[in-house]
Design a protein around this ligand. Structure first.
Ligand code: GDP
Length: 327
């Protein structure tokens, strides 16, 4: 690990998929990370491994004043607001919690950040984890930073509110960045997401522990990237010379069915269609047909590109789920 740089970052949602990869990346380069999470149980091993480079705060971020107090108290150089109700599916059944976490919390953070000076003497910078879902109803493919913000889900609506607030605070002088994240996966993705549901079920079928995979809309297309790549883009975006909105995407979409086919192939199962069943319970009131981002700005302004191809994203998730079963 490098020497500490004196830079301090506050990461909300540190116990999530992205929070973990981000804390690993930042601490490895010598940044002291203050991570916020809701629970109080033992830390997952990848966070425990970071030792005293990670200071964990427990706070209920449904209470926006708790987040604001942390921003003022820690006075970090960088805030990465990753805490969210991150499941679009759950946002239909939990619209109030979604609004509080995905819209009110960013409002509190942005408001508190105005006027805070970080440990390195510069005004604090804020990165908001915005989402492809803000463009879901725009009827344009691929989507770019210029695409109109037209959400079609409670999740998208809340993220859109935060997206606009970032732009308003930026106009008011806060260094605030929207990283417009397309779905990004890894073996740490929770099974509420279709990718991990597919890989964990396919692994279970391969080991004789499940006999079918039950899904909803398999025609939906998503631009699935690799979570550590997306997290790297967040850091590059926050450290850009000017605050900006930037789409973080691979530029290619695949259908849920493509993902299923790739997962069965990786697990060595050739004939799979009879193993997959459709259930209306997993269909949503509204679902974007094709979310695919144009990563031109990320490439030109940030020098960012993806390092893991779709087949390898699926492959590494299937391999990890097989290894969990074989352990
Ligand atoms: P999202 O893109 O953030 O909503 O991430 P998800 O992984 O939850 O869903 C991705 C796509 O998979 C959406 O178009 C869903 O409608 C579709 N999908 C199809 N079957 C399922 C399922 O069983 N679970 C989930 N979560 N999504 C499913």
């Amino acid at each position: 690990m490098s020497e500490l740089t004196g830079r301090t970052a506050l990461v909300t949602g540190v116990s999530g998929q992205d929070g973990g990869y981000l804390a690993e990346l930042l601490t490895a380069e010598g940044t002291l990370v203050h991570g916020v999470r809701r629970g109080t149980g033992p830390l997952p091993p990848h966070l425990a491994a970071l030792g005293d480079r990670l200071v964990v705060h427990t706070a209920d971020l449904l209470d926006p004043s708790a987040a604001a107090a942390l921003v003022r108290e820690v006075a970090p150089d960088e805030v990465y607001n990753l805490a969210a109700e991150s499941s679009v599916a759950r946002s239909w059944s939990q619209p109030v919690e979604t609004a509080l976490l995905d819209a009110v919390l960013p409002a509190a953070i942005l408001h508190a950040a105005a006027g805070v000076t970080g440990t390195s003497g510069q005004p604090v910078r804020v990165l908001q984890a915005s989402s492809a879902e803000v463009y879901a109803g725009a009827g344009v493919t691929p989507q770019s930073e210029a695409t109109p913000v037209v959400p079609v889900t409670p999740y998208g609506a809340a993220k859109a509110h935060a997206h606009h607030l970032v732009q308003l605070h930026r106009a008011g002088g806060v260094f605030a960045v929207n990283a417009v994240l397309y779905p990004h996966e890894s073996p740490r993705r929770p099974p509420a997401f279709v990718t991990r549901k597919i890989t964990s079920t396919v692994a279970a079928i391969a080991r004789g522990r499940a006999d079918e995979l039950v899904l909803g809309n398999t025609a939906a297309r998503r631009d699935w990237g690799w979570a550590p790549d997306s997290v790297r883009a967040m850091v590059l975006a926050l450290r850009h010379s000017e605050p900006l909105d930037v789409v973080v995407a691979t530029g290619t979409s695949h259908s849920v069915e493509d993902f299923v086919a790739a997962a069965f192939a990786r697990a060595g199962i050739g004939e799979w269609r009879h193993l997959v069943r459709s259930d209306p319970a997993f269909w949503r009131p509204k679902d974007a047909a094709d979310l695919v981002g144009d990563p031109t700005l990320a490439r030109t302004a940030l020098g960012w590109s993806t390092t893991v191809a779709f087949a390898d994203v699926v492959g590494s998730m299937v391999d990890a789920d097989l290894a969990l079963l074989d352990a």
